[in-house]
Design a binder for this molecule. Sequence first.
Ligand SMILES: Cc1cc2nc3c(=O)[nH]c(=O)nc-3n(C[C@H](O)[C@H](O)[C@H](O)COP(=O)(O)O)c2cc1C
Length: 351
Amino acid sequence: MTQCSVTLGQIVLKNPVICASGEHVLTEAGIRAGLAAGAAVVVAKSVNETTAAREQLARTDYALFDARWAPEAWPGADWRRANLLCRSGLQPLATDEWIDRVARLDQEARSQEAYVAGSLILADLNEAVSIARRMEQAGLRLIEFNIGAPYGDEAASGAIITERAADRVRDQVSAVCSAVNVPVWVKLTGQSENVAALAQAARDGGAASMIMIGRSLGMLPDLDTQSPALGTNLGYGGGWALPLTCYWLARSRKRLGPDFPLIGTNGARGGDDVLRMMLAGASAVELCTAVMTGGFEVITAAIDTVRTYAQSKAQFAQDWVGVAADRLQTFGEQPLRPDHWQQFVPVQTRD
Ligand SMILES: Cc1cc2nc3c(=O)[nH]c(=O)nc-3n(C[C@H](O)[C@H](O)[C@H](O)COP(=O)(O)O)c2cc1C
């Protein structure tokens, strides 16, 4: 253990920074770049068995917008504050070919005390179980099972499932977890009225950790063309999502207890955000958009920030997991300040 290492069940990570699945890890070169940047885990681009999800990669598009919804160049100087609207696709290579490549990269990662995780997105459950087994047989030490990708209602029928029902989450997770011996991290949707209930269902199904929360769907009309940006409904992300992620991390920590490890995703744009998600209850944090727009050096910088914070606080990374979540108070515990609200309204409103 070092000052920056964190424990997630049976896995010790050298630091809490994970290079998330996305287009930047569609290639072996991208995965190697994530490892070289120092990520404790690089999650490979996801696969499933459907041709539709594979073909979807050729129909993807991506756009950044500023706070007033003006389009920005990609990646743009202000990528940390940009809103990303996009539709993504899955790995187009044959499933087993990609699994073999990712497993070889996971072998390479051992010498860097890191992991390359296989990632699988749910379409048909029996096929998902089969893919998870093939991942384990190929030698992968860690599997991500994404049942919360945002595009379930938008992609071709049956290509991707966005699971929102707790009982089905438990059954799906249980089917995959009981088929393999390696740890399975389950990625959950944020499009739910109760992500913590989904987290409990995933834990009951045998997940080693849950990654939360998946991005939302959005659509953005363009004033000139009067058409939707990029033509379709889109996955929507940005730094604005960080408090939503922290909220569900804290709620899930309360529901599952402090000993069950959680992973944050959605809204982290650098090391400070990694720390914020950890204080809300994440043992580790995934970065995707920040790497796609800011490059793999974002990972290295985030790890440096964590290291500096650990030194300045004289703490181990594990020590600050959930500290802010455990300090949450109720509204009723707040001091009475009857006129305080008046500072936050236009002068005309005041008596
Ligand atoms: C373009 C794009 C592609 C993505 N592809 C995948 C994927 O293949 N598998 C997956 O589990 N998550 C995928 N994600 C989700 C990210 O891993 C991440 O959870 C999400 O973008 C929120 O984190 P962020 O704010 O750091 O981007 C993708 C996200 C984006 C923006």
